[in-house]
Design a binder for this molecule. Structure first.
Ligand code: CP
Length: 305
């Protein structure tokens, strides 16, 4: 059963705008709950959720676990590094063994793009994608759009630029799908070597000059350069990347307009963003983290009920 149009949350590409709005409305209620002295509700009592993390995570793993516990679900945590995956067990065997212990929902992060879609065709449980390689990170996009709605009142009509390593970013792709479905105008900005050729077909603008992008936008979502996914050099050095695409307070002050600054984390301070911006009132980075718990509670609640 699911109150969304799908039994799983595999990506933003295939969910409806009405699903997104339902998630936001439900998250509004859960945000009130987690700000009360008693932060727990019994909504998912008797539901068991396994968090399977085959790739490192701080925010997403902790946020899902907290969301599940706030909903009174039973929670299992699995990380590939200390499991029998290192002995050669396949993904399907690993998950089926966990499901044999009567698990209802699987939250999975995996380094392979499409791993969650693949798994959804081979197992019985409901699946939530917590980030699959360079493909999608749906709950990050939902919490990002939710945070824009919270700060600016609505997403529709807002101009959002996503800056940095678009090529290797699942956050960028899920954000583009989500923001476009909600009626925002979207631009990507970065070195042309890090902007994939297909991106224009998604209806986004492309800009290689950061100053021009900042002059255009209401919101700037600064991405991390994902060196761990880059097998060749896409720019001469990190120092040169920062000179061209790093955001600092002086640049914002020279604009004479207000821009909301976002970052999905983890931040490389001094590379894509300086501390004087990351920790300033322009930034909603920690609001994004806070909203992540309410949005993930909403996703799990709507999928399970
Ligand atoms: N934003 C995000 O996905 O962070 P983690 O990799 O720490 O989960």
């Amino acid at each position: 059963m699911s109150q969304l149009s799908q039994p799983h949350l595999l990506g933003i590409k295939n969910i409806t705008t009405s699903d997104i709005r339902k998630i936001f409305e439900t998250a509004d209620n859960f945000k009130q709950v987690i700000n009360r002295p008693i932060k727990k509700v019994p909504s998912l009592r008797d539901i068991t959720i396994a968090n399977l993390f085959f790739e490192n995570s701080t925010r997403t793993r902790i946020s899902f676990e907290l969301a599940e516990k706030r909903l009174s679900a039973d929670v299992l945590n699995f990380s590939a590094s200390n499991s029998s995956v290192s002995k050669g067990e396949t993904l399907i065997d690993t998950v089926n063994n966990i499901l044999a212990m009567k698990v209802d929902i699987v939250v999975m992060r995996h380094q392979a793009p499409g791993a969650c879609v693949f798994l959804s065709k081979h197992i019985e449980a409901q699946i939530v994608n917590a980030g699959d390689g360079t493909h999608e990170h749906p709950t990050q996009a939902l919490l990002d759009a939710y945070s824009i709605r919270e700060r600016l009142g609505d997403v529709e009509g807002k101009k959002v630029v996503i800056v940095g390593d678009i090529m290797h970013s699942r956050v960028a792709l899920s954000n583009i799908y989500c923001l476009k479905k909600l009626g925002a105008e979207v631009m990507v900005c970065g070195p042309s070597t890090l902007i994939p050729k297909f991106i224009e077909s998604l209806g986004v603008k492309i800009e290689t000059n950061l100053r021009k992008a900042l002059e255009w936008c209401d919101v700037a979502n600064m991405l991390r350069i994902q060196l761990e996914r880059q097998d060749i050099k896409y720019f001469p050095s990190l120092r040169e990347y920062t000179m061209m695409y790093g955001l600092n307070l002086k640049m914002l002050e020279n604009l004479n307009k207000e821009i909301v600054i976002m970052h999905p984390g983890p931040i490389n301070r001094g590379v894509e963003i300086t501390s004087d911006i990351a920790d300033s009132e322009h930034s909603i980075i920690l609001d994004q983290v806070e909203n992540g718990v309410a949005v993930r509670m909403a996703v799990l609640y709507l999928l399970a009920s």
